[in-house]
Design a protein around this ligand. Structure first.
Ligand code: SF4
Length: 466
């Protein structure tokens, strides 16, 4: 598989300077909302510690909790399926859909409404079902917008955050027949509501993700702000819920710890508008849960990286990351973008995603906001070492690192290099010192005036004075 190049993709996003700045500011606004929602909770850090410990404990006994969940879910009347990878997951979902709709008499495709699920994005379920003549409609507003545009999500909580209202207006004009140039969010949302209402009413099957699955009760919880998951599953006769194995929590009493953290960290809300509990199917209806591994046990076995499985997909690390904010979610070319995506993706394909652990300043802001205290920046740094050890560094990076290592190991050469660089930068014309191909650092920045002496020289001189 070819190697993905994050900086190249980011450079393409940066071509539109105004959009890049707008994207940066929009995400930063969400980060600030998160701060405002967190500040009034004096025990917020305690909640983070507790959530992290619950996840640590759960991951240490994941097999047992999964079995406990399965036994209790079966008792409740939920049908439980296990999938080792994306292909198995997709085939199981298709089998359930076809089996439960054998009695359709009209000559038409089976209709499925789907609420947001990053796992199904990861498994490329939509494309698979559409190829098998299932009409799939994403019902989350952001997801529906990008489904119309045939694009992947660019953020795990706000999938269409890369689009402005003008873009949405044009998309709805093309697909829903709204007036050309219409960009009023209320009018556009109303159009989407009418369109989706028809889809809900006609659906045969509803598919949801899972935010938390509770081993003790065999039930699961789905959090949405639009109520689309609830409308879908209440109207359709079959509910399929798809979850990664890491979504388990041991007890119902643990749930509030996570729901208090999730919405505040994600969007700065005290709680998501709908926190729906599913325990058993209604009379005459079917409820299925598909539990998926798809590389998670491999990550569980990597001691340095297992913490990444604590992730509750709030997106806070993306909203705060200066690299994500200015490079856009699509530049990661992985289902989960941003800092957490950069530590999950090398587990799936180290060669393909070897550039992602370098898409970070290692400032640690991601780890600071993470509600389950994943040491994200530390893992990014560790992945960089793995990438180097496995010989997956790009040639230019490999040789520049080697060159730098030799210079840094020879203090005299380092001192001389610094002196030459300072002197040269002072006399070079601006057009050359800021030439984008020679000095990419100066693409969007001014270089400071070079100092006349190095810190080392200054220190020796001033130490003498004392
Ligand atoms: S790593 Fe932490 S901050 Fe990032 S999405 Fe997951 S839970 Fe949220």
């Amino acid at each position: 598989m070819s190697q993905h190049n994050h900086s190249k993709e980011a450079a393409a996003f940066n071509q539109d300077f105004d959009r890049t700045t707008w994207h940066d500011e929009t995400l930063w606004f969400v980060r600030q909302k998160r701060d405002k929602a967190v500040m009034p909770i004096p025990e917020f850090q305690e909640l983070r510690n507790l959530a992290s410990s619950i996840k640590d404990h759960t991951l240490s006994q994941l097999d047992q909790y999964l079995i406990e969940f399965e036994a209790n879910a079966l008792k409740n009347g939920i049908r439980v399926h296990w999938a080792a990878n994306a292909d198995e997951h997709n085939q199981i979902v298709l089998d359930i859909i076809q089996k439960s709709n054998q009695n359709i008499v009209e000559n038409r495709n089976i209709r499925l409404v789907k609420s947001k699920s990053m796992l199904t994005e990861e498994c490329h379920l939509n494309a698979f079902l559409l190829n098998n003549n299932i009409d799939v409609v994403d019902t989350d507003l952001g997801e529906r917008i990008i489904q119309f545009r045939d694009e992947p999500p660019s953020h795990i909580v706000m999938p269409a955050i890369h689009l402005k209202k003008e873009d949405v207006g044009e998309t709805f004009h093309q697909h829903l027949g709204t007036q050309k140039g219409e960009k009023d969010p209320q009018i556009l949302t109303e159009a989407a509501r009418h369109h989706l209402r028809e889809k809900f009413l006609a659906a045969d099957v509803a598919l949801t993700g899972v935010n938390f699955a509770i081993a003790e009760t065999g039930s699961f919880v789905v959090c949405t702000n639009e109520g689309n998951a609830d409308l879908g599953v209440n109207l359709a006769k079959v509910h399929i819920a798809c979850m990664g194995i890491e979504k388990i929590i041991p007890k119902l009493a643990h749930l509030a710890v996570f729901t208090r953290l999730l919405a505040r960290s994600a969007t700065g809300q005290p709680i998501t508008s709908y926190t729906s509990h599913f325990t058993k199917p209604e009379n005459g209806k079917e409820m299925h849960i598909v539990i998926v591994d798809n590389g998670r046990t491999q990550q569980l076995g990597r001691e340095d990286f297992r913490n990444s499985l604590k992730c509750i997909r709030c997106g806070a690390c993306m909203n705060t990351c200066p690299v994500y904010r200015r490079s856009g979610g699509h530049s990661y070319n992985f289902t989960v973008p941003g800092p957490i995506g950069a530590i999950l993706s090398p587990n799936i394909d180290l060669h393909k995603y070897s550039s992602l652990p370098f898409a970070s300043t290692l400032c640690g802001s991601c780890s600071d906001v993470c509600p389950v205290k994943i040491d994200i920046h530390v893992q990014l740094y560790k992945w960089r070492q793995v990438v180097g050890e496995k010989n997956e560094l790009s040639k230019i990076k490999k040789w520049s690192m080697k060159g730098l290592a030799s210079v840094l190991s020879m203090p005299k050469v380092y001192d001389l290099g610094g002196k030459i660089a300072r002197g040269t930068l002072r006399i070079l014309p601006h057009a050359i010192s800021h030439q984008k191909n020679i000095n990419p650092w100066a693409k969007a920045r001014e270089l400071p005036t070079p100092p006349t002496q190095s810190f080392k020289e200054w220190y020796v001189e001033n130490k003498k004075k004392k």
